[in-house]
Design a protein around this ligand. Sequence first.
Ligand SMILES: Cc1ncc(COP(=O)(O)O)c(C=O)c1O
Length: 331
Amino acid sequence: MSVISVPQAFNEDDLYVDLRSIFGRSLFLKCEGFNFAGSVKLKAAAEMVEAAGRDGTLTPGSILVESSSGNLGVALSIVAASKGYRFVCVTDSRCNLSTRLLMEALGSEVHVITEPDATGGFLGARLDHVRALCASDDRYVWLNQYTNPGNWRAHYRTTAPAIAREFPQLDVLFVGAGTTGTLMGCARYFRQWHRPVRVVAVDTVGSVTFGGAPGPRMIPGLGMTIRPPLLDVSYVDEVVRVHEADAIRACHRLARRGFLFGGSTGTVVSGAMSWLAEHDAAELTAVAIAPDLGERYLETIYQTNWVEGIYGKDVLPHDFNVPDQAIHQTA
Ligand SMILES: Cc1ncc(COP(=O)(O)O)c(C=O)c1O
């Protein structure tokens, strides 16, 4: 039995799906969506708020403010509500309606940026808005998930040791890259572990994180329009880039077997499967991280009209056996 008195105290850290029967290759998918925030970002949110409380950055009248495409916003809404802080989430028009409503239900204020910045993305415009709020009133505290070491430290302290406990023979770990908090926390932990682990970052085509050309991206969570400040590529062994259409196909293939995951999980699974197909991987112990679940994406990734409108008519084959087209790169 688990008994808790604050929502961030619960997180299912020991659940893995063996994907062999679905994709034909052994890959253990660590499910990070089973907590009250429904995503991996609860760990980063709790760690960053705790640290800011400890070092005196947060005081009883503080108002938290953060730029988030959704999941960190939900997680901070939960942590802020449980600790009695106000929270303003700055997001953009790609944020799902249900995610926005969820944050508002938890007592947060949501500011939606609708005009992209000069690069055509929203991140710069969102950050400008956060900076303007902070300049307008010194009660605002911006934890800044893009630079805050608590973001990666949460995974160094929890996610990576949880994987190490269950997989003492781990050979390869696949981690999707957004802010790179999950990636850097796990990569730093496994760099000093008792055996070498290949850490493979999975990114989206159209993201500039590992030096690719910028392009349109519709799946939230993974990919950046600027190089993530937390990223230190010396800890990353390889990078796999995945086309969003392949990520969508992986999501639908999982859903047809009863596992409804978010879009970034489809990206990570697609990238991992193509990496495993290209390497002599039969004997390898491989783990991938699934950042959230699929219910927040019912109106997008799981809507045929939305998918076909963006990726074309043929993106969802009936047999889900079309090989993926990931691009490999050494970090
Ligand atoms: C759905 C989803 N996947 C992946 C990520 C990437 O995690 P990180 O920011 O730790 O790189 C996020 C981050 O918000 C996310 O919301």
